[in-house]
Design a protein around this ligand. Structure first.
Ligand code: FES
Length: 232
């Protein structure tokens, strides 16, 4: 079982922070074993003896809607996952395979477990911006975080328009994830991407690189067809 976290009122496993439990997982023997005491010994309670990482509680005085938002930003969700999933460096496969797939399907390659897309990138950032040096793009590809910078919905790719279109409030981004329309404050966020000597694409999801500001347009690609989502 993975490392445990608790806020004293709920419990989660490090590898499944989205699953909230009202009591420590496992049966009585497992809980007692974790707490370092024989079964039947009441000890100091699970919170006192369990080696779970204790996290600060979500403030109970906030209105319910705000508490929900705080929970989404809670350390349990932001803690890097060290087991190869979201929050760690992910091997996305061979660069040649990824490029071939993009070309044959005419859409980005999506990695659900890592919550990112890989898109082709041949844009020319203006000014002193150097995406290669920053690790934002390399060898003609870029990695985009699936989360909408507006309020966090997952942004799917629209095959018709060849843009990313958020179903929640209609924000739209071009193929490079650059802001085009809607209420989003900036372009889609990115992850650092590198290619190893053997040609494997590595995407580091432990750190989010904020998307470019509104007005950035390095690829100048208008929508290629009708939108999937009505403009917000
Ligand atoms: S969450 Fe995407 S536009 Fe609002």
């Amino acid at each position: 079982m993975g490392e445990l976290w608790t806020t004293k009122s709920v419990w989660f496993r490090a590898d499944r922070p989205h699953l909230w439990l009202r009591r420590p997982p496992g049966n009585g023997s497992e809980r007692a074993e974790r707490a370092g005491r024989p079964r039947g010994d009441p000890g100091q309670g699970a919170e006192a003896g369990d080696p779970a990482r204790v996290l600060p509680p979500v403030p109970p005085f906030l209105p319910r809607r705000l508490r929900r938002g705080v929970r989404r930003c809670h350390p349990a969700f932001l803690w890097p996952n060290l087991k190869g999933g979201f929050g760690s460096a992910i091997d996305a496969g061979k660069l040649t395979d990824i490029k071939a797939q993009i070309q044959s399907t005419n859409q980005p390659v999506y990695f659900g477990a890592g919550r990112f897309y890989i898109v082709p990138f041949t844009g020319k950032p203006s000014g002193n911006v150097n995406y290669e040096a920053e690790g934002v793009a390399t060898q003609g590809i870029m990695s985009l975080y699936q989360r909408c910078p507006h309020l966090g919905c997952r942004v799917p790719f629209c095959q018709q328009s060849q843009w990313f279109e958020c179903p929640c409030h209609g924000s739209k981004y071009n193929f490079a994830g650059e802001y085009q329309l809607g209420p989003a404050p900036r372009g889609m966020d990115r992850f650092k991407v590198t290619v190893t000597a053997s040609g494997e694409v590595m995407v580091d999801t432990s750190q989010i690189i904020l998307g470019p500001p509104r007005g950035t347009n390095t690829i100048h690609e208008p929508p290629q067809g009708p939108f999937c989502v009505a403009p917000g």
